[in-house]
Design a protein around this ligand. Structure first.
Ligand SMILES: [Zn+2]
Length: 173
C-alpha cells in the first residue's frame, strides 16, 4: 500500500532574534520543530530543552515514522538533553513544548526533575500539567516545577488545527 504524501505545510519556519532568549524565543524554535513534524506527516508538535539559555535538545513528534508510541517530541528531547549533559537530572533545564504535555511526557518531565516547563497550546483532553490532570501536583511527589502555558499559543494552535483539517480532506492515495 502506497503511503500518501503529507499535505503541504502552509506555514513557514520562524526566525527569532538570538539576542533575546526569552520564552518566546525558545518556543519559536519548538514551533520550527513542529513544522518539521508536519513535513514528515506527523502530528505537528515540537520540543526544545534549554539550559543556561542554550538549546541542548530539539525534537519533533516521530510516532508514525518510528512506529513507536513513546516517540513524542518531549520524550525524545528529554532523552537528548540528558545525553547532552551526561546526567538524567534536568533540574536546571527548561522544557519547551508547542502543546501541553500528555500523561507520558508530563510524567517524563517529573521523572527527569525538570526545572521548568513552558508550553504553547493547552490540552484539556490529554494535557497533564493542569489541562486534564496535573502530574506536577502529585500529593506524594517531592518534585514540582513552575509551568507557563500559552506561549506562542495562536501559532502553535493554528499549526495543529490546520494539520488535522488538511488530513481530513487529503484523499486516500
Ligand atoms: Zn506526549
Amino acid at each position: 500500500m502506497k503511503t500518501p504524501a503529507p499535505p503541504p505545510c502552509p506555514f513557514e519556519k520562524l526566525h527569532p532574534s538570538e539576542l533575546q532568549r526569552d520564552d518566546a524565543y525558545f518556543m519559536q524554535l519548538a514551533y520550527n520543530q513542529a513544522i518539521d513534524a508536519w513535513r514528515a506527516d506527523e502530528v505537528p508538535v515540537g520540543a526544545i530543552v534549554a539550559r543556561d539559555s542554550e538549546v541542548i535538545a530539539r525534537a519533533h513528534n516521530q510516532v508514525v515514522t518510528t512506529g513507536d508510541p513513546t516517540a513524542h517530541a518531549e520524550t525524545i528531547a528529554l532523552s537528548q538533553a540528558a545525553a547532552a549533559i551526561g546526567d538524567w537530572r534536568l533540574n536546571d533545564a527548561v522544557l519547551f513544548a508547542t502543546k501541553e504535555p500528555c500523561p507520558m511526557c508530563s510524567g517524563a518531565a517529573v521523572m527527569a526533575r525538570i526545572g521548568r516547563v513552558v508550553y504553547g497550546v493547552p490540552d484539556p483532553k490529554m494535557g497533564c500539567l493542569g489541562g486534564a490532570a496535573n502530574l506536577n501536583t502529585l500529593p506524594h511527589s517531592n518534585h514540582r516545577f513552575p509551568v507557563t502555558g500559552g506561549v506562542l499559543l495562536e501559532e502553535c494552535r493554528a499549526l495543529l488545527q490546520a494539520y488535522f483539517a488538511a488530513k481530513r480532506t487529503t484523499p486516500i492515495a
